[in-house]
Design a protein around this ligand. Structure first.
Ligand SMILES: Nc1ncnc2c1ncn2[C@@H]1O[C@H](COP(=O)(O)OP(=O)(O)O)[C@@H](O)[C@H]1O
Ligand SMILES: [Mg+2]
Length: 442
């Protein structure tokens, strides 16, 4: 029956028209849902991690309010999503189409232009079609939501890392001569240089201390060596080879980094020390822990080297965490070492132990140390003063103290009354100002 068939073929797609609109809406809300869940998770994480700060500042109410707000927003997106899924507009239109066909067909049977059998047969076929059509619509909703999720996943997967191996990159096998900064400038944001025309040569085995006011670019300069960022201008070479021509893996295998922010993984003490090389033997791990002055306190933990850092939570002191990080660096046994204010967050007692551990770590390694301890600085072969991204002075402690204005200023502010006396000379200097540990460090 071509008339009825034509009606069905024309009317059903019309019922499907709103589907386009709904699909788009569903994808949008699906996306917003994903984002909302991400935000809420990030906030939960923040509040659990930073619970001490929240409590200390009495901001429980504020945080609760913030959480409630995000939660409420997410709830509204969920509601909208459910509403979109629940609106039976497609079914309604399909129903109207069916009704129209029945009305037209029924009228023609009554008028005698069509036999009852042909009409009933057609209607049954139509109803058989109706159910799969409805299911197709439902399935489409699920697909749209899945697509919204997939969009976000692919967006992340397609993000290109800024620092990658060059196609012809080769492996670094040994550092024989020096690490050289050759006219290096760097900016995180275009037009806002953080480092300007840095020329610096760190010979193998040398200890270079980097000093300067907070925000001067010390950490940034240190970050360029393992290529956490690439210079905006100029280049960094190792034995004459641009670090960008070396494979990242081989470059980083030659560098150990210890910073003031020690990061420990939610894993055993042992695995935290052997991080990056699970094949290490227990003997090697213990030796590293001993050299890092960590062995004794590890043995006092409930399950020794098998104690889970996650279980310890915040029970490890800053100095203990630091010594675990040093043990990790010792075990890595890389020839180049970057220390970034590695003792800045410590109390006097831990500091001695950490300082001792650091010294063992620095032995026979090419070291760049961002420092504010006079003891560390005095031991450096050379001190480089960084002011607003530029190297303004360099030399030994005595040389600089005798003639360098910036260094003397820093010394007055940061080092003089902060350092534990060690050499007789230092004691003398300290005597003048007393031993007040004024909180002047950056
Ligand atoms: N990831 C970053 N993105 C943008 N700016 C940054 C970033 N890290 C540091 N900076 C900025 O670069 C400057 C130098 O910072 P940094 O190298 O950490 O100094 P320092 O270690 O000497 O205190 C500062 O002005 C700081 O705000
Ligand atoms: Mg820094």
């Amino acid at each position: 029956d071509w008339v009825l068939a034509l009606l069905a073929v024309v009317l059903f797609p019309v019922a499907g028209l709103p589907l386009r609109y709904f699909s788009k809406q569903l994808r949008q809300t699906g996306r917003r849902m994903q984002e909302g869940i991400g935000r809420l998770n990030a906030m939960l994480h923040e509040n659990v991690q930073g619970n001490r700060v929240v409590k200390a500042f009495g901001q429980e109410g504020y945080e609760q309010e913030r959480f409630h707000e995000h939660n409420e927003r997410l709830f509204r997106v969920y509601m909208r999503q459910s509403l979109l899924r629940a609106v039976p507009i497609t079914e309604l239109l399909a129903g109207i189409a069916v009704a129209g066909i029945i009305y037209y067909g029924g009228a023609s049977v009554i008028a005698g232009t069509r036999t009852q059998g042909a009409f009933i047969g057609f209607v049954i076929t139509l109803f058989l079609l109706y159910e799969p059509f409805k299911r197709l619509v439902r399935t489409n909703y699920s697909i749209q939501q899945g697509l919204a999720g997939a969009d976000r996943v692919f967006e992340l997967m397609d993000t290109r890392p800024q620092v990658v191996d060059r196609p012809a990159a080769r492996a670094l096998h040994e550092v024989r001569d020096a690490i050289v900064f050759d006219g290096v400038s760097f900016a995180y944001e275009p037009g806002e240089p953080v480092l300007r025309d840095i020329h610096l040569r760190i010979r193998v085995g040398e200890v270079v201390a980097l000093v300067g006011m907070s925000g001067g670019g010390k950490s940034t300069l240190a970050d360029l060596i393992p290529r956490f960022y690439d210079p905006t201008e100029g280049r960094i070479t190792i034995d004459g080879v641009d670090v960008r021509d070396l494979t990242l893996a081989s470059l980083r295998a030659h560098i150990a980094v210890v910073t003031q922010f020690t990061f420990l993984f939610n894993d055993s003490v042992r695995n935290n020390i052997a991080y990056g090389d699970p094949q290490r033997s227990m003997d090697e791990i213990v030796a590293a822990a001993r050299a890092a002055n960590a062995h004794d306190f590890i043995l006092e933990l409930s399950r020794g080297y098998d104690t889970h850092i996650g279980d310890l939570g915040v029970r490890l002191s800053g100095g203990q965490r630091q010594r675990l990080a040093i043990a990790r660096a010792l075990l890595k046994n890389a020839p180049m070492l970057i220390l970034d204010e590695a003792t800045s967050a410590l109390d006097t007692e831990s500091e001695g132990l950490v300082q001792e551990a650091l010294e063992r770590l620095m032995a026979n390694r090419t070291t760049l140390v961002v420092a504010h301890r006079l003891s560390t600085i005095r031991r450096a072969d050379r001190i480089v003063v960084l002011v607003r991204g530029e190297i303004v002075e360099s030399g030994t402690h005595d040389e600089l103290l005798a003639q360098a204005a910036e260094y003397r200023k820093l010394y007055e502010l940061q080092f003089r009354d902060l350092d534990v006396p060690e050499a007789a000379g230092a004691e003398e200097l300290l005597g003048e100002e007393g031993q007040a540990r004024a909180g002047k460090a950056c």
